[in-house]
Design a protein around this ligand. Structure first.
Ligand code: ZN
Length: 392
């Protein structure tokens, strides 16, 4: 029940120096220069070689699989518990994606409950790309207000040939329902927006903001690193008070089609004067990543990796000259603020004991603690899904 992390360099995400962190049950109880406490009920975790970071937050994971746009053989599999825990992800938001025909919100909610029972913090978005919105209770407001895990709706697709081609009034109606559902249950009621490669980019959202009373921060557009023009439009969007999300999972084809690597995108964003609180990374994990040959023929399919989330933060530190204190915010305090997860995203007293210990020399993940429970220690998974036999 009581854990004492000794001597870690703490980034909360702001740098606090070398500290001891006392965890009582699922909460952080104390952060001091030196805490002396012993006894058989106290587990001491020596962290002299480690940096302590808040548990990572991934705001978009297709936990029951995604893809399927290339037929039934291209549906990606469900996420494993350890795909998340070994990637340092202690909090995530699950979404359906393109396919709400062969995949259901009920199935996704059950999967979220599985991940939560094993020790993670998994939230869900109601709806999918498709409109009219599919929900569990037949009412978006009810889904958000009454289902504990449900904190918003999405991905609602805009500027994409797969989208339902919504008018600004239809988008405003969805946002208003999500907002009210959120207000009734003290949740964000956020509207996750999938932005495709269409030329209208973020214009449909600006149309809503300019023509209705929906505030810009109700929207959480993702895939903004799809190309340079969209990233530039994203920077402008944040200057109006909006927030943006960059997608970390990637492959050669996406880079060839003009996608900006997240770490590079973050560098560009900060150079343009963007506010770090208004930008996040998410993995889009378990989406399908198609690979095409020079003739545009599909040659292979990969599954988006959740481990790309923290990898891009490491790349931002190692290759883009961004401080760890700043870079790690995009997967900790920034998404916690946007998603209104009030006890997440920071190492602070009375916050949830979600803490990752990473190696000082190469930043690799050594230990993962979620709600005070050890999930990973010495790079080995201590908790696995019931049907997970092999852990890589
Ligand atoms: Zn998407």
């Amino acid at each position: 029940m009581i854990k004492l992390i000794k001597g870690a360099e703490v980034y909360a995400p702001q740098y606090l120096g070398k500290k001891d962190i006392l965890l009582a049950g699922s909460k952080v109880a104390a952060i001091e220069d030196n805490i002396e406490i012993g006894g058989e009920h106290v587990q001491i975790i020596c962290a002299k070689q480690h940096i302590a970071l808040p548990g990572f937050i991934d705001s978009l994971v297709h936990i029951t699989g995604g893809g399927g746009e290339g037929g039934f053989t291209t549906r990606t599999p469900e996420v494993n518990f350890t795909d998340l825990s070994l990637a340092g992800i202690t909090t995530l938001v699950a979404a359906l994606g393109t396919d709400s025909i062969t995949r259901s919100l009920e199935n996704m909610l059950a999967k979220a409950k599985e991940l939560n029972q094993l020790g993670l913090n998994c939230f869900t978005y109601s709806g999918s790309y498709h409109t009219p919105i599919k929900t569990i209770t037949n009412d978006l407001q009810k889904d958000i207000a009454l289902i504990d895990e449900c904190i918003g709706v999405g991905e609602i697709a805009i500027s994409d040939h797969r989208a339902s081609q919504l008018s600004w009034q239809q988008i405003a109606k969805i946002a208003s329902d999500a907002r009210v559902g959120g207000m009734l249950s003290s949740k964000a009621g956020i509207v996750s927006i999938h932005v495709g490669d269409g030329t209208s980019m973020l214009d449909p959202l600006l149309e809503v903001v300019n023509n209705s009373d929906i505030p810009i921060e109700q929207f959480y557009p993702t895939h903004i690193n799809r190309n340079q023009s969209l990233l530039d439009a994203g920077v402008e969007f944040t200057k109006l008070g909006g927030v943006i999300d960059l997608t970390t999972s990637s492959n050669t084809s996406s880079h060839l089609s003009g996608e900006i690597k997240c770490s590079r995108g973050l560098h560009h964003y900060l150079e343009q004067g963007g506010d770090i609180d208004n930008i996040t990374f998410s993995s889009d994990g378990h989406a399908s990543l198609p690979e095409y040959d020079s003739e545009g023929r599909l040659t292979s399919l990969e599954v988006g990796q959740e481990s790309s989330l923290y990898q891009e933060v490491c790349d931002a530190v190692k290759h883009e000259g961004i401080s760890l204190e700043t870079a790690v915010k995009v997967i900790t305090s920034s998404p916690a603020g946007i998603l209104k997860l009030k006890t997440k995203g920071k190492i602070a007293i009375n916050y949830d004991a979600d803490i990752n210990l990473v190696d000082k020399s190469d930043l690799s993940i050594d230990t993962v603690i979620a709600n005070g429970k050890l999930l990973v220690r010495n790079q080995k998974a201590l908790v696995k899904g019931v049907f997970e036999n092999e852990v890589i």
